[in-house]
Design a protein around this ligand. Structure first.
Ligand SMILES: NC(=O)c1ccc[n+]([C@@H]2O[C@H](COP(=O)([O-])OP(=O)(O)OC[C@H]3O[C@@H](n4cnc5c(N)ncnc54)[C@H](O)[C@@H]3O)[C@@H](O)[C@H]2O)c1
Length: 399
């Protein structure tokens, strides 16, 4: 297990953060040349072929097969949807879901699920070996608001957990996909149309851990040929899974409150513009990036869909629910998440992801709002129906 002390983590992060990131030139080129000839070629082909045992001692044959994928943190907002999609593509048994929480009966019925604490290296290694894992999607993390409340745990889970995975990727030649975030930028980053490579001086513990991971992933790719891939996700909206304690959670909560109560007390100011994306787009982009057959020119890509403020989102909701009302915090007494949001970009330039692996979103503000409202209304109707049928006073009497 990797034991990284808080001070050593901070020291190394600070060292790496001293310089703004520069466009990869010679180092990326040399990596691409070496990697194409060695690691990538072997990784891509090996992932999709297995040697067949041969008793006649004639040359062994290979049979194409799907990659076996481990997903950590798979019970979170993003993991369950990704597991479902990967199982659809590769078969249930080829996708091992994991977390440190108990899964629902419904989730357990769809394929293998194991307990995996990402802070425990030998536990992770055992899973990789036992299940003969080829690719890992590393989703375990503490998100921005939760991390800010518990920085010590965030350092352990986000940095040590990731470092364990990175080391396993090196030792067992795994492809490792681990998302970064808009939180990896900081207050001195250009706010509009923020490019992939720019000033990055995050001032939240979440952002610091994620930028640390971006740099470590890049280092392992360059130094050891690890097939590390990452995208900076914006805030993700989903009607089906609850958000995990991020600063963009308001954009999910607002729909539940609009439908159930007709009013929402927003914790961000009305003009806080942030990049957002609907969950199915996030899964689509992740799968496209993860499965891209050859190494891509960049280790980390911005991934974006739409940017809006709480006021713009509320106005869009009002088109469907005209009586909906929203209130905002007193500017003199902002919520602690306002400072986090203010340090993030308002919109991202993701043109490199669009060019390099064909990323394109399906959902903008209008169709996303309509879908969220329809889905949450259906959930509320189903809840009401369930309560109604449990009520003995309304139950139909058997003859
Ligand atoms: N949801 C978003 O809006 C968003 C935006 C940007 C980036 N991301 C990134 O995407 C990834 C997934 O995010 P999410 O929204 O699903 O997060 P989430 O908080 O909903 O889920 C994280 C999961 O990690 C698990 N976990 C916590 N500690 C663990 C440990 N020690 N070992 C194993 N698992 C542990 C939790 O049980 C949880 O199920 C994270 O890396 C996050 O930083 C998410």
């Amino acid at each position: 297990m990797f034991r990284t002390t808080t001070s050593s983590v901070l020291a190394s992060s600070t060292r790496m953060l001293r310089q703004p990131l520069m466009a990869p030139s010679t180092s990326a080129t040399s990596f691409m040349a070496r990697y194409k000839n060695a690691a990538a070629a072997s990784a891509t082909t090996r992932m999709f072929s297995i040697s067949t045992a041969n008793n006649n001692k004639s040359p062994s044959t290979t049979t194409p097969r799907h990659p076996r994928v481990l997903v950590t943190g798979s019970l979170g907002q993003l993991g369950s949807g990704l597991v479902k999609e990967l199982r659809r593509m590769y078969g249930n048994d080829n996708v091992v879901a994991s977390d440190i929480r108990k899964a629902s009966d419904e989730f357990m019925a769809t394929g293998p699920f194991v307990y995996a604490d990402v802070m425990n290296y030998s536990m992770l290694e055992r899973i990789v070996v036992d299940w003969r894992i080829d690719w890992v999607v590393h989703y375990s993390a503490l998100l921005s608001a939760v991390a800010e409340k518990n920085p010590t745990l965030a350092l352990s889970v986000n940095i040590n957990g990731f470092q364990n995975m990175l080391e396993l990727a090196k030792v067992h030649r795994l492809r490792l996909y681990s998302p970064s975030t808009i939180g990896a930028f900081g207050p001195s980053t250009p706010k509009d149309n923020t490019p992939d490579l720019t000033i990055m001086r995050p001032n939240t513990i979440y952002g610091i851990t994620k930028l640390h991971n971006e740099l470590m992933g890049e280092y392992y790719r360059e130094k050891f040929g690890v097939d590390f891939r990452s995208a900076r996700y914006p805030g993700i909206l989903s009607a089906d899974t609850a958000p995990g304690g991020g600063t963009t959670d308001y954009a999910v909560d607002i729909f539940h409150h609009a439908i159930r109560h007709g009013h929402y007390d927003c914790f961000l100011s009305k003009d806080t513009r942030l990049p957002m994306m609907y969950l199915s787009d996030c899964i689509k982009g992740t799968v496209e990036h993860l499965t891209y057959p050859t190494p891509l020119p960049q280790t980390v890509y911005n991934l974006a869909a739409v940017s809006f403020t709480p006021e713009e989102l509320a106005n869009e909701i009002k088109k469907h629910l005209p009586n909906f009302t929203i209130s905002y915090p007193d500017p003199a007494r902002p919520d602690f998440r306002q400072a986090i949001a203010d340090s993030w970009p308002g919109s991202l330039d993701d043109s490199k992801a669009r060019k390099d692996f064909g990323w394109k979103e399906e959902y903008g503000l209008e169709n996303m709002v309509k879908l969220m409202l329809d889905k949450i209304q259906a959930q509320v109707n189903a809840e009401k129906k369930a309560v109604h049928s449990d009520d003995p006073s309304t139950a139909t009497m058997a003859a």
